[in-house]
Write a protein of this length. Sequence first.
Length: 266
Amino acid sequence: MKKTYSNKVVWVTGAASGIGKAVALEYAQRGATLVLSDRDVENLNKTVSACNDMGVPALAAPFDLAETTQIISAVETVLRTYPKIDILVCNGGISQRSYAIETPVAIDRRVMEINFFGTITLTKALLPALIAQGGGNISVTSSMTGKFGFPLRTAYCASKHAIQGFYEALRAELYNQNVKVTIVSPGRVRTNISLHAITKDGQEHGKMDDGQAGGITPEQCARRMVRAIERNKKELWVGSTEILMIYIRKYLSPLFHILARKIKPT
C-alpha cells in the first residue's frame, strides 16, 4: 500500500481496541502520523507500539471521555506537538444493556456524558485549530441505533441520536470553513462493545451479543471508514444485512415497529 498519508496527522479516539484500533492501523499502513486516545492506557500503548512497528510515529494521548478537564488538557498537549491535525476520528464511546424502567437516570447521564458530551468537547476544543489551519476532516462514529430505537439501549440510542443531530448541524455551519464532517453509522461489528456495555447497576454486561459475534470485522469497518473520510462522504452506513433496517424504518415503518419488538436485542 502506498504511503499516501505520509504528510498527514490523524487523531483517533477509542484506539485501544475494536474499530478505533483498526482505524489507527489502517492509517498507519497508509503512512499517517497518529495521535491515539483511550482511557485504557495499557491497550492504547499496544496500539501505539503496533503503529511504531509499521514505521510511523504514533503519540499516546490518553484521556477519559467522561472527564472534560482531561480532554482539554490532551488537546493543548497534542497541539503543542502537532499544531496541524488533518483528520479527527471521534470513535470512543460506551454502550448499554438494560431496560429503561430499571435503569437509573444516573446511567443515562453517564452514557450521554461519554458518548455525546465527551465527543463534542473534544471536537469543540480542536475546532479553532482546524479552522485556523484552513480546514480538515472530522469523522464521528454514531450507530445504526442513531437512526432508530432498539430495546435495552435507550440511553445508547439517545446518545447516538444526539450525535447525529449535532454533527449534521455542525457540518452545515462549517461549510465555508473547509472542515468536512463524516458521520459513520455501524451496524454489527465484531468488537468488545457489548462486553463493556454497562447494565442498570453500572457494571459491565460481560457478554458478547450473538449479533455482535456475527458482525463484520473491525478491519472491514475501518477500511470503509477511511475511504469514506477520504471521499468527504457526509454519511456512511457500514455493516451487513442489518443495514436494511434503516430502509425498513424509513419506507416500511409499521413493519419496522413489529421487527424491533420481536428481534432478540442481545
